[in-house]
Design a protein around this ligand. Structure first.
Ligand SMILES: [Zn+2]
Length: 146
């Protein structure tokens, strides 16, 4: 009975994250899930733990929020990949990406350290939010107009 309820709530939490399409904090999920009979933050955290353990939810450390993992790779693949996120500090957009090379290079760099987890979070501006005065690359067309 308790397990069934736990699975049901995990399903609701995952659905909530997938629908949002942006990182959510536990209390934001709680507000959405209250009509479904979820009344305690602890219940949401327990569901999040369960979903993280199976790789379906990812915690964005620097935002203290959670996203649904866009694509869950197989066990062998997962061992070689790290889910990273690019976070726009202006509009809050979060773009997940799978990294292989960088993570592996870092693991080689840190000798005698058994890496169990790694958080890869990039902060900056998305394409829509880049300050116009600071283009990422020199734009010759704009210079010619002046
Ligand atoms: Zn943005």
């Amino acid at each position: 009975m308790a397990r069934q309820s736990g699975e049901r709530i995990a399903g609701l939490v995952l659905d909530c994250l997938q629908r949002a399409g942006r990182p959510l904090k536990a209390y934001e999920m709680l507000a959405t899930l209250r009509p479904h009979g979820v009344n305690a933050a602890m219940t949401v955290y327990r569901a999040l733990d369960r979903l993280q353990a199976v790789g379906m939810v990812h915690r964005v450390e620097s935002l203290n929020a959670f996203i649904a993992v866009p694509f869950v790779p197989g066990v062998a693949e997962r061992a070689e990949k790290t889910l990273g996120v690019a976070i726009c500090d202006r509009c809050g957009a979060v773009e997940p990406f799978w990294d292989t090379g960088l993570t592996r290079a870092m693991a080689h760099e840190v000798n005698d350290f058994d890496v169990r987890s790694l958080s890869l979070e990039l902060h900056g501006f998305c394409e829509d939010c880049r300050p116009a005065a600071e283009p990422p690359k020199p734009d010759l067309r704009q210079q010619r107009k002046r």
